[in-house]
Design a protein around this ligand. Structure first.
Ligand SMILES: [Fe+2]
Ligand SMILES: [Fe+2]
Length: 316
């Protein structure tokens, strides 16, 4: 293919992806509505039914939810750069209006329950806003959607685990806090919807342009939850919370593995795992293995990627 015909083939693929994604958004977006503090009966809160760790976890998510405008700016830039109006529409019409309200009921709860003072939360939120958002600058629309898919998936599962923790702790004498139960349910439903759209964006794009799967592999391999940068003083407690709330880590990995395999094949899955392992802190006993595998896995077609992908699929 000449450069000219390749350019026009890419433009055709982008416009077909846009048509499909716009049709999906047409179906869902008119029925969506951001939440508000008025959705909850604040007289019913029962903060005595939740423990300190739980309140701290709510403090953490209040902060990481407090500045969605920063990631939105990166995603919108990616959408415009890659000629993906569907992504711009999703962010402006639904994602940002919905995400912009997620910290509101959490914050209201923390203040009303006496867990934290408003002044403290406001000053922590100012610090979060000052830090900005470091992921995804320069991303394509496909990389941005990959990041969004993983981030929403993990966030959704985290809220679900907080929700099940509240129900599991409840007794007849000390029932679960109905307001917090509803907040978590409402927000986690929205996170799951966002996950669905991002994942559909990745899938639709790869269907039209399978040769772009390397972008998905790279974005997944360098993925890090935003909390590390947005709330570094709070993030170290996340493993403690996830253990306490019985976060389904194995189920999460199973979901990621199966979606990655569907999207990029065994090779893409294997390559992602190896790249991820070579970039991130992993157990010492896997380090030499990763050091040997990483250079071998560089070409996507490498059998090392295929074998790693097969092994991971078998393990989960
Ligand atoms: Fe959110
Ligand atoms: Fe979300």
């Amino acid at each position: 293919m000449t450069a000219m015909t390749m350019k026009s083939a890419n433009a055709t693929a982008a416009s077909l992806v846009n048509d499909e994604m716009q049709a999906l958004l047409d179906r869902y977006l008119p029925h969506r509505r951001p939440m508000s503090a008025g959705d909850y009966d604040w007289d019913l809160i029962r903060p005595e039914s939740v423990d300190r760790d739980f309140l701290e976890a709510v403090g953490f998510v209040t902060l990481v939810e407090a500045n969605p405008a920063a990631p939105a700016a990166h995603i919108l830039a990616a959408a415009d750069r890659s000629n993906a109006p569907w992504l711009r529409r999703f962010i402006t019409q639904t994602w940002l209006p919905e995400e912009g309200m997620h910290h509101v009921p959490f914050k209201e709860y923390l203040i009303r329950s006496g867990a934290y003072q408003k002044e403290f939360l406001d000053s922590e939120i100012d610090r979060v806003i000052d830090r900005g958002f470091e992921h995804g600058a320069g991303y394509t629309e496909l990389q941005a959607a990959t990041y969004g898919w993983l981030q929403e998936l993990i966030t959704w599962r985290f809220y679900e685990s907080m929700h099940s923790y509240l129900l599991a702790q409840a007794t007849d004498e000390n029932p679960a806090d109905p307001v917090m139960v509803k907040i978590l349910l409402d927000i986690s439903k929205q996170e799951n919807f966002h996950r669905h759209i991002y994942l559909a964006g990745v899938r639709t794009t790869l269907n039209r342009s399978p040769e772009r799967r390397g972008e998905v592999v790279r974005a997944a391999a360098e993925f890090l939850m935003p909390g590390h940068h947005m709330a570094p003083d709070w993030q170290p407690k996340a493993p403690i919370w996830s253990q306490k709330f019985n976060f389904p880590l194995k189920g999460l990995i199973r979901d990621i593995v199966s979606d990655m395999r569907d999207l990029t094949g065994h090779r893409g899955l294997g390559q992602t795992a190896i790249l991820y392992g070579s970039k991130n802190a992993i157990h010492w006993y896997l380090k030499p293995l990763i050091a040997v595998l990483a250079p071998l896995s560089r070409p996507y077609r490498s059998p090392v990627n295929y074998l790693a992908g097969r092994l991971i699929t078998l393990a989960f």
